[in-house]
Design a protein around this ligand. Structure first.
Ligand SMILES: Cc1ncc(COP(=O)(O)O)c(C=O)c1O
Length: 447
């Protein structure tokens, strides 16, 4: 039996002076306690109690090369030796911008920022300045960072929110401290619904500056776009002078070197990338159409940030992208093969234990959920999953040495190998026995 005593004690100590006891609100939800890490290497992470886990949380996505990757560490180290940041320009920025325009199909020009949230803010500002319009269409279940201009709420709770012209029935803010006014410009639509998209864009296109979409609904069930849906979005936005923004903060450098837009062969006006781009170092970018990005060249749109394009983050991004690009995309084949094996293995175990569940996987990202459905292709069905059972499952997996995000989203890195996948499936086989037992005990008590 693993113990988490040190983590529990540290969390208590942290609460004294660190607001919330964690550095990002979401991390507080981990059961049985927010874990404190001691060290990590490749696919594994060790906590302060000495427990080692196979890691599928991967720092919520960025660690595409796994932990403490030697080549990446070396590049970061070299950069640090010459100075972490200058506030002056340096070669790393030029090299990274060149590299991004080379590997991202839609990128003619790029801007560098520090986080996905900041890059989304820039993409929205560019869209408004370019079109001279203000409204932004976003979708139920998608997440685009936590800035006031887009954070309607956490994806799982925005189903109840209805877009409306009626000021009194405006979208309620998803957090205290957020002004309702900031959401006046948001039009919230169901995703993967071509009719809703077309009718809204056609009737309100004159006031819509941008449509922002995750290319795969990674934040709510890893649901793929319906055939033709993104192409329709592209066609309508082009026709109606609306900027199409693809939020590739998760999918960028994960679904392929060219991100989801490369994989799906769609050319949005702007893409936002973050997470995997820096391999664990804070960096993000907006990339896209030179006509729109020109607004930054001309000084019409301000793009700011003290640490933008610093030496460490640009070195990390160049090293990460270069490693991913080696051997003709071998890294992507490796991750996809292993994750497909894992997803298939999980489906077989669900069936073996007669546990209703669905695994949605695309390349190196997947979502596993407990739900009485054959497939989950829309947000409404996704919201019927048994989230509490998944939390119990994640806690039992932790006991077995597998670290999972409590909401069901799994990532894999290039450092994961077959041995880890096999160990994960063996652990899950044991956990499913316990889960079934717990469920029947609960049913006996309530029955
Ligand atoms: C699709 C998407 N966009 C934007 C963001 C915000 O990125 P960051 O947390 O780096 O600000 C996230 C974060 O999870 C995301 O998943």
């Amino acid at each position: 039996m693993r113990t988490y005593e040190q983590s529990i004690a540290k969390h208590q100590a942290a609460k004294q002076h660190l607001a919330g006891g964690v550095a990002s609100s979401l991390r507080a939800s981990m059961k049985p306690t927010p874990l404190y890490a001691k060290s990590a290497k490749a696919a594994c992470i060790t906590d302060v109690d000495g427990n080692t886990y196979i890691d599928y949380l991967l720092a919520y996505g960025p660690l595409i090369l796994g932990h403490a990757h030697d080549g990446l560490n070396e590049s970061i180290h070299q950069a640090l030796l010459n100075g972490a940041t200058y506030g002056l320009q340096h070669d790393g920025e030029i090299k990274l911008a060149d590299l991004l325009t080379e590997v991202l199909p839609c990128a003619e020009k790029v801007s560098l920022s520090g986080s996905g949230t900041e890059a989304v803010m820039l993409a929205l500002r560019l869209s408004r300045a370019y079109t001279n319009k203000t409204k932004v269409v976003r979708f139920h279940g998608h997440y685009h960072g936590w800035s006031d201009s887009i954070f309607t709420s956490f994806p799982s709770s925005d189903m109840s929110q209805k877009a409306s012209d009626d000021r009194a029935a405006a979208i309620p803010p998803g957090t205290f401290g957020q002004s309702e006014n900031s959401l006046d410009d948001i039009i919230l639509l169901p995703w993967n619904d071509p009719e809703a998209l077309e009718s809204t864009l056609r009737t309100r296109g004159h006031e819509i500056a941008a449509v922002i979409t995750e290319p795969v609904m990674c934040n709510s069930g890893c649901i793929q776009p319906k055939a033709g849906y993104l192409a329709l979005m592209r066609k309508l936005t082009q026709e109606l002078n609306i900027v199409m923004i693809m939020d590739e903060v998760i999918t960028g450098f994960r679904l392929s070197l060219g991100g989801a837009h490369g994989r799906f062969d769609i050319r949005p006006d702007l893409v936002v990338i973050g997470k995997a781009m820096g391999g664990g170092i804070a960096i993000s970018a907006v990339a896209g159409n030179a006509e729109i990005m020109k607004l930054v060249d001309e000084g019409k749109v301000s793009h700011l940030g003290t640490l933008n394009g610093n030496c460490v983050s640009t070195a990390a991004a160049i090293a990460t992208i270069s490693h991913l690009a080696q051997d003709n995309g071998a890294a992507y084949k490796h991750m996809e093969t292993l994750f497909t094996e894992l997803a298939d293995g999980i489906r077989a175990l669900l069936s073996k234990h007669s546990i209703p569940g669905v695994v949605n996987q695309i390349g190196p990202v997947m979502h596993m959920m407990f739900i009485d459905a054959i497939e989950v292709n829309d947000f409404e069905t996704f919201n019927k999953r048994d989230a509490a059972q998944y939390t119990r499952f994640a806690e039992l997996m932790l006991e077995e040495g597998v670290l999972l995000r409590p909401n069901g989203l799994w990532y894999i890195s290039t450092a994961h190998q077959s041995a880890e996948i096999e160990a994960t499936l063996r652990a899950m086989d044991r956990v499913f026995v316990q889960l079934t037992l717990q469920t029947s005990e609960k049913q006996e008590v309530t029955g």
